[in-house]
Design a protein. Structure first.
Length: 255
């Protein structure tokens, strides 16, 4: 593990999350991600879902010290851009000829991957993953397999934003949260991790009440057990990768 990124309106980075776990309180909030990897024009037209993903990815890559041009990437999300989906459903049901081409462009599930690879000049493989509430775990499993199979570093980004309209009421995703990890096999720098699969159900990882609340309100927050483990530098955690598959992640003691 060579780089970690995290963004929400309440936590603008991984260091803020680490301080929160240590019991420090902060009233600092940030309504909109910086997403400086995008040009000003792209930042203006990009939806919140893209901005959150780009900000988390930028933080993780900066922390890793790697360049982006040849960094394979996987972008995971349970629901994609819910605001755009709600908009498209409303317009198509009433006045389909008024559908915005730009909004349609932002509705595809790999929109964040497209914005990222174009903005950073990345020519490495990229993909988009969706597995409902297991999206983070599924994305992590794919990223680890790709990193080990190709012996290359991989950027994993997972993010979800609050829902709107009837779809938002059905899904119940009410918070904004994104995170990113740069994973690299066989390195002596960063945090060493060991990952193994297991059959569900498994005992859930121990988390604070606040973190559990986040996990109920945003599927990307399923990453919090792993992020908390990385923040403390010790322990292990369990994640869901599919309906029947779980992941057991442990810190390497010799890292």
């Amino acid at each position: 593990m060579q780089g970690i990124g995290l963004w929400s309106p309440q936590l603008a980075g991984f260091d803020a999350f680490r301080r929160q776990l240590a019991g420090e309180t902060s009233s600092t909030t940030q309504a909109r991600p910086s997403a400086l990897a995008l040009s000003p024009n792209e930042r203006r037209r990009a939806p919140e879902s893209v901005l959150v993903a780009i900000e988390a990815a930028s933080q993780a890559v900066a922390a890793s010290g790697r360049t982006t041009d040849n960094l394979a990437c996987i972008f995971a999300s349970a629901y994609g851009d819910q605001a755009t989906t709600d908009y498209m459903c409303r317009v198509l049901a009433r006045v389909p000829t008024e559908l915005s081409p730009t909004r349609f462009h932002n509705s595809v599930h790999n929109a964040s991957a497209g914005y990222w690879t174009i903005a950073t000049g990345c020519r490495a493989p990229s993909s988009a993953v969706c597995a409902g509430n297991a999206s983070f775990g599924a994305g992590l499993l794919e990223a680890v397999v790709l990193a080990c199979a190709d012996n290359r570093p991989v950027l994993l980004v997972c993010s979800d934003t609050a829902g709107t309209g009837p779809l938002g009421e059905l899904i119940g995703c009410t918070r904004v949260f994104g995170c990113a990890l740069v994973l690299s096999p066989g390195t002596t720098t960063g945090l060493g991790l060991r990952l193994s699969t297991m059959t569900l159900p498994a005992h859930p990882s121990s988390m604070t009440a606040e973190c559990r609340a986040w996990m109920q309100d945003n599927p990307t927050a399923e990453s919090l057990p792993l992020l908390a483990m990385l923040a403390t530098g010790q322990g292990d955690c369990r994640l869901v990768a599919s309906k029947h598959l779980g992941l057991h992640v442990q810190m390497e003691t010799n890292a």
